[in-house]
Design a binder for this molecule. Structure first.
Ligand SMILES: [Zn+2]
Length: 302
């Protein structure tokens, strides 16, 4: 694959500073094999992929069977684990939302093939999705008769959702600030915002360094820490109500990272259990954040 046209951000997406940034080279292990730079702002410490493919070019970095195979067929051991974890995750996500909003309108941004929304619909929620991938979107509509649009801009702003969810989506978004503004506009009074993102301060991130699978450049454009998410929420009119660890992510990310390092078969699985397990132990002890974190926030009254 030839390198696509890149755009360079001249200021930090979090604080706007144009002060020098530290950079680290990270390879796209899963699709293009190209090397990208990940920058860390000298002022606020926010980390982002820079330069990065232009919005029009980003789509080609998603054109992989790997991304699509996750949604329907099971081939490898890794995919089987993924399917198992995902079914359990859908039930847990529903329980989490139901504890805060037992009914109402839910918007899932990056809804993929729509299993989560279909499950919520079966539990009495009114649901809508946003999914840029044509293939996934069409499957969500065909399989579950869901209302899914290609972009956030196409969601009617007067819809006043009680819940908006972004499961491992915010790290893919080219303009984090514009997205938070849009989230604020879409949510109804005291609406619930649910965001899940990887955390580069987790122990597994440190252990794997540039091979950490959750860098996933150039698809991941932002590489958050808890402090970054807290700052974005506070600046855009949201009150953080809870931060939760996502315990299974450490194992899945460790397994992918091992594969990127060339480890195969049972050994990869064993190493993933050890590394993922240790990352979780350190998180339980409060020494590190989990591999991924879940943030629950409420829209503040203006
Ligand atoms: Zn900054």
């Amino acid at each position: 694959m030839e390198h696509s046209p890149l755009e360079t951000l001249t200021s930090c997406p979090r604080c706007g500073s144009s002060s020098p940034t530290l950079t680290q080279a990270v390879r796209d292990h899963s699709i293009s094999k190209e090397v990208f730079q990940v920058c860390t702002c000298a002022s606020c410490g926010f980390t982002f992929t820079n330069p990065r493919p232009t919005p029009n070019e980003l789509g080609r970095y998603y054109e992989s069977e790997v991304y699509i195979s996750h949604s329907n067929t099971s081939h490898s051991l890794q995919d089987k684990i993924y399917q198992l974890v995902r079914r359990r995750a859908i039930r847990q996500k529903h329980a989490l939302i139901a504890a805060h909003e037992p009914q109402g309108r839910v918007l899932d941004i990056g809804c993929g093939t729509g299993q989560f929304l279909a499950y919520l619909m079966s539990r009495g929620y009114l649901v809508q999705g946003v999914e840029p991938s044509t293939l996934a979107r069409e499957q969500a509509i065909a399989d579950h008769a869901l209302n899914v649009v290609p972009s956030l801009e196409q969601v009617q702003s007067q819809e006043n959702f009680q819940v908006v969810t972004m499961w491992h989506v915010l790290e893919h978004v080219p303009d984090v600030r514009a997205t938070f503004k849009r989230l604020f506009a879409l949510l109804g009074k005291r609406g619930l915002l649910v965001i899940a993102v990887p955390d580069r301060e987790s122990w597994d991130a440190q252990h794997y360094g540039s091979d950490w699978a959750a860098y996933d450049v150039p698809r991941h454009l932002s590489h958050f820490r808890r402090a970054d998410v807290h700052a974005f929420l506070a600046e855009h009119g949201f009150e953080l109500i809870a931060t939760r660890g996502m315990w299974m992510d450490a194992f899945y990310i460790a397994l992918l990272s091992e594969r990127y390092r060339g480890t195969t078969g049972l050994l990869a699985l064993i190493k993933a259990v050890v590394v993922g397990g240790w990352s979780n132990v350190l998180a339980l002890l409060g020494k590190r954040p989990t591999s991924s974190s879940l943030y629950l926030a409420r829209k503040l009254e203006l």
